[in-house]
Design a protein around this ligand. Structure first.
Ligand SMILES: [Fe+2]
Length: 281
């Protein structure tokens, strides 16, 4: 597994989505994303490695469409282990007639973007060689064209056989209300700023990754969170390496007047934009 998505770092590990049409969503997440249902009931847990959930979906009562100009999910990003896997995935989504809504060579990664049937943004990407991510301590993240032809021909003849087991939730990218307020919060959680696009988007990571979390104000400034029964992101989980670290974070969150609700060994909090986060070991 990627060394940027394991302890001792803290990193996003899974997310829960609220959906309008459970059946259709399950079809998307199993047939298009190639995840496997590992638990079902009120919520469905879908996994790449058959052990850890990557995406959890549920249908809330009285589900409504997410109002525009609210905070929440911009996209979540699944990191594949290799370029070959990325090429295979592109061939697969094209076979399934899924629209690719964007693609880019970000320097640090090669990525393409799709949406699930309810409009949740999904980035599928593979990292480039980490030696080239930072130049003189500055993150070189760009938006150049993605070489679809090369990636697709790399994987030509390879049969897609579902989400690779090593795939992880590489990063979360959120809509927020205010960059500075959210910067303070994510710094308190122990993330460091790797890139700032002033008045636009900030990127944060731990341990020298290009980014575990991105947030932007592209959906508007000082916008409210969506109502509880709106479809879209319910929460995402950040894994913390030890109980001591988790307790320390809880203490810091309380001292700084952020929401904390403890349930078993999990702590629910919210960033200042109202995006829910579960902190757990
Ligand atoms: Fe992204």
């Amino acid at each position: 597994m990627s060394r940027y998505h394991r302890h001792p770092l803290s990193y996003p590990a899974n997310l829960k989505l609220k959906v309008m049409d459970l059946e259709k969503s399950l079809k998307f997440y199993t047939e298009i994303l190639g995840l496997t249902i590992i638990e079902e009931g009120e919520e469905y847990k879908l996994s790449a490695d058959l052990i850890n959930p990557l995406v959890i979906i549920t249908r809330p009562n009285n589900a409504i469409i997410k109002p525009p100009h609210t905070t929440g999910l911009y996209h979540y990003a699944i990191k594949l282990p290799s370029r070959l896997d990325l090429g295979k995935f592109i061939n697969h989504v094209k076979d399934k007639d899924i629209e690719i809504v964007g693609g880019a060579n970000h320097g640090v990664s090669e990525a393409f973007y799709i949406e699930d049937y309810e409009g949740n943004g999904i980035e599928i990407y593979a990292d480039t060689d980490e030696k080239n991510w930072f130049v003189n301590g500055k993150l070189k993240m760009v938006t150049d064209p993605l070489d679809y032809r090369e990636l697709m021909s790399l994987a030509q003849g390879d049969i897609w056989d579902g989400m690779p087991k090593e795939a992880v939730l590489g990063h979360m990218h959120l809509y927020v209300d205010n960059l500075e307020k959210n910067a303070i919060f994510y710094e308190l959680l122990g993330f460091e700023k790797t890139l700032a696009l002033p008045n636009s988007a900030y990127f944060y990571s731990q341990g020298g990754y290009h980014h575990h979390i991105g947030f932007n104000v592209w959906n508007g400034r000082e916008i409210p969170p969506p109502p509880e029964n709106a479809i879209g992101l319910d929460y995402y989980t950040i894994k913390v390496s030890t109980k001591e670290k988790l307790m320390d974070l809880e203490k810091k969150l309380i001292e700084n007047n952020y929401l904390t609700q403890k349930n078993d060994e999990k702590i629910l909090t919210k960033d200042p934009a109202g995006n829910k986060i579960i902190l757990e070991i």
